[in-house]
Write a protein that binds this ligand. Structure first.
Ligand code: CA
Ligand code: CA
Length: 308
């Protein structure tokens, strides 16, 4: 009965988890976000090698590794959140007044669960004073003697076979919303977590970022800019932009928008495309007229689009 109730609830919550948490793309890109990658000095051999597309980046939290992790998000010497794994659940707990975005604890006639399940937030989810979904709450996850936590991967028994587990965080990557304090003021943060294995507790804490302005929402994933072109990954339609290249609001350079080896019918078509994009870059104030002329000349002198 217990398992069946949980299963029904799980299906409902999974349905909810896929709604209403989509990207809020109206946000202007901000520069007051501090981003950190969580690194790990590989003192242990890889316990189970990860199949593609998973990799070992981030900090592993597996009970077999005997480890946990605590983060001081803003580096002020006050610990903000911790992670641990106890074979039954992989969880986050807060220090001080830190709260995490979670589903309310499940209640039964005889009482409520101590722990609650964390939603899998998608990139771009707004993390701020108002939960991004009416089914979510901000909850303190005090660590006293027994942790009172938000679980990523609660091993919910789904019946035969023994020890079969199901939870939101099974074989997925996603974001956790955190509310914490810097000098008595509320700040918002996201933490990127990956749980690569179905049925196994634990996962990887990969990276995090927080908004330096108090009481200001942050978008999950904001602040991460892998190709350093000034456009965050989840807005960036052109990954791996070469260093120093001028890009548009989508994070695309002229060379990425008009690749030499693109499906051009002929050289003329390639040059026209470069002319058009370069003209737009001038209009948008990204390059000078002089730069535009040089780019177009270079395109005209190239072999791009020529039938070989
Ligand atoms: Ca970028
Ligand atoms: Ca880019």
């Amino acid at each position: 009965m217990f398992a069946r109730l949980l299963k029904a609830r799980l299906v409902l919550l999974l349905a909810l988890a896929t709604q209403g948490l989509g990207p809020a793309l109206s946000f202007a890109q901000q520069t007051n976000i501090v981003y950190h990658q969580v690194s790990y000095t590989n003192a242990h051999p890889c316990p189970i090698c990860l199949p593609p597309p998973w990799d070992d980046s981030g900090y592993p939290i597996f009970s077999s590794w005997g480890g946990g992790l605590v983060l001081d998000l803003d580096g002020d010497g006050q610990l903000d959140v911790g992670f641990a794994d106890d074979d039954m659940s992989f969880y986050i707990f807060g220090f001080g007044s830190t709260r995490v975005l979670t589903y309310p604890p499940v209640c039964y006639p005889y009482g409520c669960e101590i722990n609650s399940s964390l939603p899998v937030l998608g990139a771009g989810t707004t993390i701020g004073p108002t939960p991004p979904d009416p089914n979510l709450i901000w909850r303190e996850t005090l660590y006293i003697i027994q942790p009172y936590t938000g679980t990523y991967n609660s091993c919910i028994d789904i019946g035969y076979p023994e020890q079969a587990c199901s939870g939101f965080w099974q074989g997925v990557e996603g974001y956790t919303g955190v509310e914490f304090y810097i000098s008595n003021e509320v700040h918002y943060a996201w933490i990127h977590v990956g749980v690569p294995f179905i049925g196994l507790q634990g996962g990887y804490v990969r990276e995090y970022a927080y908004e330096t302005r108090p009481n200001t929402p942050i978008l999950a994933g904001a602040g991460k800019d892998s190709d350093h072109d000034g456009v965050w990954d989840f807005f960036d339609q052109c990954p791996d932009t070469p260093a120093g290249a001028v890009v548009d609001t989508n994070g695309c350079s002229i060379a990425q928008l008009c690749p030499c080896n693109g499906p051009w019918k002929n050289h003329g078509e390639y040059v026209k495309a470069v002319e058009s994009v370069a003209a737009r870059f001038v209009q948008e104030g990204r390059i000078t007229e002089q730069q535009r002329a040089a780019i177009v000349k270079q395109a005209a002198n190239s072999d791009c689009g020529k039938v070989r």
